[in-house]
Write a protein that binds this ligand. Structure first.
Ligand code: URA
Length: 278
């Protein structure tokens, strides 16, 4: 017999899909969807190396401004993202930042702007396998704050608010499918969400937020607007480098705050703690 079907691993003790074992990655992990983006992110660090590449799940580890971090690709949508989260948690990671591309639903979110998600509308299927739809998909407030702090310090254009996450790029985001197929339920979904103040559509944040909350881990998301559904514009490279700079810097800030909490024996981050007032 090769191993356990309930808790699958390779003969070398690697997680079945991501091919990592405990100790391979530090606690902070960036999560792009696209495997091709992982080496591009790693190139922005001062040191980096490929640790694993299996079934489209690519992992690099390295250091950014002296802080150890990793990047692992999730693939597109909830199902593969949940697999990656499950397996990264098993090898010791506990803080996740989704980095990816997004379609803006508001006219004022310009191509190349960043959207930092405070929460996500759960239009995915995978998070509903884990928990009832009433359960919220929210970012961890310290990761969210670190992303905002990073965006401010780098002087990039960004927005903070609610994201919608769908497992479907075309029909589920109100784009006609092949031959114009678009069921009633999804016609105009982008306009209805926009009226409720939702900033953007992407495909993984809700799964990451829900799993992180259930498992006591931390998660945030920063995405580059490569499309605007109101103005009908599209530029697949817009904002990507700013997004990576913000995510890297957010990890550095989080590490500083985590150290401060440890030194002061504080469970929670607060403005007073960071400012030295409390
Ligand atoms: N990613 C999405 O999910 N939707 C878009 O419109 C652009 C990127």
């Amino acid at each position: 017999m090769f191993g356990s079907a309930r808790d699958p691993a390779t003969g070398e003790g690697l997680q079945y899909h991501i091919h990592l074992k405990p100790g391979d990655v530090p606690r902070y992990v960036l999560l792009p969807g696209d495997p091709g983006r992982v080496p591009l992110i790693a190139r922005t660090w001062e040191r980096s190396r490929l640790v694993a590449e299996h079934r489209g799940f690519v992992t690099y580890v390295g250091t950014y401004k002296g802080v150890e971090l990793a990047a692992t690709s999730t693939g597109i949508g909830g199902p593969s993202t949940a697999i990656v989260l499950e397996e990264l948690l098993r090898v010791g990671a506990d803080t996740f930042i989704r980095v990816g591309t997004t379609g803006a639903l508001q006219e004022h979110v310009k191509l190349g702007d960043l959207v930092i998600s405070s929460a996500a509308v759960r239009l995915d299927g995978t998070s509903k396998v884990y928990v009832d739809p009433e359960y919220p998909a929210v970012a961890s407030y310290d990761v969210l704050l670190a992303l905002v702090e990073a965006a401010e310090s780098l002087g990039v254009r960004y927005h903070v608010g609610i994201t919608a996450s769908s497992d479907s790029f075309y029909v589920g985001q109100g784009r006609p499918g092949f031959g114009g197929y678009l069921p009633e339920r999804w016609r105009g979904v982008e306009r209805r969400l926009a009226e409720l103040g939702v900033l953007n559509f992407e495909m993984e944040a809700s799964t990451i937020f829900v799993l992180a909350s259930i498992y006591g881990a931390r998660a945030g998301a920063v995405c580059a607007a490569i499309a605007n559904r109101v103005t009908d514009e599209f530029d697949p490279g817009a904002g990507i480098s700013d997004m990576v700079r913000v995510a890297n810097e957010a990890v550095r800030i989080l590490r500083e705050w985590d150290e401060l909490r440890r030194l002061r024996g504080r469970r929670h981050l607060s403005v007073g703690l960071v400012s030295g007032r409390l």
